[in-house]
Design a protein around this ligand. Structure first.
Ligand SMILES: Cc1ncc(C[n+]2csc(CCOP(=O)(O)OP(=O)(O)O)c2C)c(N)n1
Ligand SMILES: [Mg+2]
Length: 310
């Protein structure tokens, strides 16, 4: 009798496990994933202003210095996170679009956005640079929406090209975005990745270059850009086989429309680059376009000079 009862419970247990597996399978299929809501394009600049305000407040309070390189790419990141990228509440959703943030020192706006989108806890963001897991340069943590560690410049684009190539090989539909610095584009590894992406026709890869014309403590033209060659990057990227567009990098509405056209163009068989003309330190009047602010906190007097986002 006990033996028969045991068999009965065993069989019931197996049926329950099978049901649970099926249910779990259904929930994790891509159709059931809750995608993150997009903002209307004309609200993106306003959202970027909220992010700028947040990042300046927290960076100043925590004494973290890379404010200017963070401010120049907030509109780019806002365009990607609130409009262009296909994302879900689960930062590790297999079908998600990937962002590789190559100029990882300018990550404060990225942190503000990841906190706003619910990928990182507000408390971790508020304590960044003073004890939380969020450090001065973004480090890989896919559970929090950060795909790669790129503190040493020149690594993000090679990683992004590898992910895009893998997606193509596997027939995956997700797209890969890479935000790179214009000074960073001097790294040899970036040009190896550019050649690779063009050779393998990685049409699922979009690079956005934060073209603020400054690198660390000096202007690009005074370091490596050939004198007078203002359109250096466009010409080079075109010659290397990329689809190239240029626009105002503080106009997210314009940026999303360019990228949207690329995404929807089935005839496009090239990787693309958007050269986004930006201002380093954009939004804080004391900082805009001033080399010494690459890694320097503003004084109270400098902050009182005002900003564009109140
Ligand atoms: C391989 C490497 N070399 C040097 C540095 C130091 N460094 C940090 S930011 C930076 C300037 C980068 O300029 P850019 O890519 O134009 O970014 P921006 O600060 O203008 O946004 C440098 C040289 C680094 N992080 N990695
Ligand atoms: Mg730069």
């Amino acid at each position: 009798m006990n033996y028969e009862k045991g068999i009965f419970y065993f069989k019931t247990g197996i049926i329950m496990i099978e049901k649970a597996i099926k249910k779990n399978h259904r929930v994790s299929s891509s159709q059931r994933v809750k995608t993150l809501a997009k903002l209307p394009a004309n609200q993106l600049y306003k959202k970027a202003n909220t992010m700028r305000k947040d990042l300046v407040k927290i960076a100043v309070q925590n004494k973290a210095g890379h404010i200017a390189p963070s401010l120049s790419c907030v509109d780019i990141l806002t365009a990607l996170y609130y409009y262009t990228m296909n994302l879900s509440r689960d930062p590790q959703w297999e079908e998600r679009d990937r962002l590789v943030f190559s100029k990882a020192h300018g990550c404060y706006g990225l942190y503000a956005i990841l906190a706003d989108r619910g990928y990182i806890q507000r408390e971790d963001w508020e304590n960044f640079y003073r004890g939380s897991f969020l450090s001065g340069c973004a480090e890989r943590s896919t559970g929090h929406g950060i795909e790669a560690s790129c503190g040493a410049l020149g690594h993000g684009l090679p990683i992004a090209a590898g992910i895009a190539f893998g997606a193509k090989l596997q027939g995956k539909k997700y797209r890969v975005y890479c935000v790179a610095g214009d000074g960073e584009m001097q790294e040899g590894s970036m040009w190896e990745a550019v050649q690779f992406a063009a050779k393998y026709k990685l049409s699922n890869l979009t690079v956005i270059i934060d073209h603020n014309r400054l690198q660390a403590m000096d202007f690009l033209e005074d370091v490596l850009t050939v004198e007078g060659k203002r359109f250096d990057l466009q010409q080079k990227m075109k010659a290397f086989g990329f689809e190239v567009k240029t626009c105002n990098g503080h106009n997210p509405e314009k940026m999303v429309s360019i990228v949207e056209r690329w995404i929807k163009s089935s005839a496009l068989d090239k990787p693309q680059v958007l050269i986004a003309n930006t201002v380093k330190g954009y939004g804080l009047l004391c900082m805009e376009n001033i080399p010494k602010f690459h890694f320097r906190l503003p004084t109270e007097d400098e902050l009182n000079m005002g900003c564009r986002f109140e």
